[in-house]
Write a protein that binds this ligand. Structure first.
Ligand code: PHE
Length: 339
């Protein structure tokens, strides 16, 4: 019984088998228990010896069983450790960083550029009042040019601004000219009732600019705009200023940049003109100055409104302005900086 029992314990290779062996050897129905139960059949003089032997054997089995159980557990732990071993020499995985939106890249770059030339950065409200957006900008209520901006009105006094030009009036009103000239840029979102297509969106970004001092001329404006274009697009990209109309500037111009796609030959993106319009600008209208309490006989200057989305299209060769707003990570990921 002893040899057989020990051999069976030895053979048990996992916890379950070992448990079966335990039941068989020392359980209630085991051989050993049977012998103990039948002690009364043993001759009285032998009882002591038989009892001792049976108990010894049971202790031996138990000891062996527990020992084997420990071994099995140790082996399990060892196996687990082996399987879940961490290879500390493997290179780490890179955490996935997002990328900057192309419009923000241009925006940040232009802010730095203008700040370096002494401009300050301001921000007006997206829900603008008719007063600042139009009235102060020489666009009274019945002015036909109000249609130019395709405004979303909220009520008769409030609107989703279709242009950042209201920022001009807000800054002009507050500026103290005894402390020096006024130079500001005002970036922000604007909204229009436009039908979306490859170069139009009902929501886009503008950067307003305003410079007011004594003796500012049209050539200051021209130099500023051309230098800005060179800064963004490089030295060789063709630009063109052509006459235009805005109620708040006189004279007014618009700047076009050679189409990135056809290089001026004409294609669907530039509607076969070879050019893409990127900004409106001009010399600030005397009425705008007067409305803000600035004497137009002493001070004057220029203003511009850059279409940041158009700048981004041209700089990165993006053929659909709507890509900026659909948030496709495959599109956005292309602007990831080198890590
Ligand atoms: N506000 C004009 C627009 O939205 C652009 C502009 C700004 C023109 C400043 C002249 C001066 O088209």
């Amino acid at each position: 019984l002893r040899e057989k029992g020990l051999a069976e314990i030895e053979k048990a290779s996992d916890e379950k088998k070992l448990n079966d062996v335990r039941v068989k050897l020392v359980g209630r129905k085991s051989e050993l228990t049977k012998i103990l139960r039948s002690m009364r059949d043993v001759a009285p003089e032998d009882r002591r010896e038989v009892g001792q032997k049976v108990n010894q054997l049971r202790d031996l089995f138990n000891k062996k069983l527990n020992g084997t159980k420990d071994q099995i557990n140790k082996a399990l732990v060892a196996e687990k450790l082996q399987k879940e071993k961490i290879d500390v020499t493997l290179p780490g995985r890179k955490t996935h960083l997002g990328s900057e939106h192309p419009i923000n890249i241009i925006l940040d770059d232009l802010e730095t550029y203008f700040i370096s030339m002494g401009y300050k950065v301001v921000q007006g409200p997206e829900i603008e009042t008719d007063h600042y957006c139009f009235e102060m900008m020489n666009l009274p209520k019945d002015h036909p040019a109000r249609d130019m901006q395709a405004t979303f009105y909220i009520d008769s006094e409030n609107l989703l601004r279709p242009q950042t030009s209201g920022d001009q009036a807000r800054v002009l009103e507050k500026h103290d000219f005894s402390k020096g000239p006024l130079k500001m840029v005002g970036p922000g979102k604007v909204y229009r009732r436009d039908d979306d297509d490859a170069t139009h969106s009902h929501q886009f970004m503008q950067m307003e600019g305003l410079v007011i001092d004594k003796n500012i001329t049209m050539s200051d404006l021209k130099g500023t705009l051309e230098e800005t274009a060179r800064h963004v697009f490089g030295q060789d990209r063709g630009t063109c200023l052509r006459p235009s109309y805005f109620p708040f500037t006189e004279p007014s111009v618009e700047m076009d940049v050679v189409c990135f796609n056809c290089e001026g030959k004409g294609c669907p993106i530039c509607k076969y003109t070879g050019w893409i319009e990127v900004l409106g600008a001009g010399m600030v209208h005397p009425n705008v100055l007067t409305n803000a309490g600035v004497d137009p006989d002493v001070y004057g200057g220029f203003a511009f409104g850059i279409g940041l989305d158009r700048f981004a299209i041209l700089k990165y060769g993006i053929d659909d302005i709507r890509d900026f707003y659909t948030n496709d990570v495959r599109f956005l990921g292309q602007f990831r900086k080198e890590e």
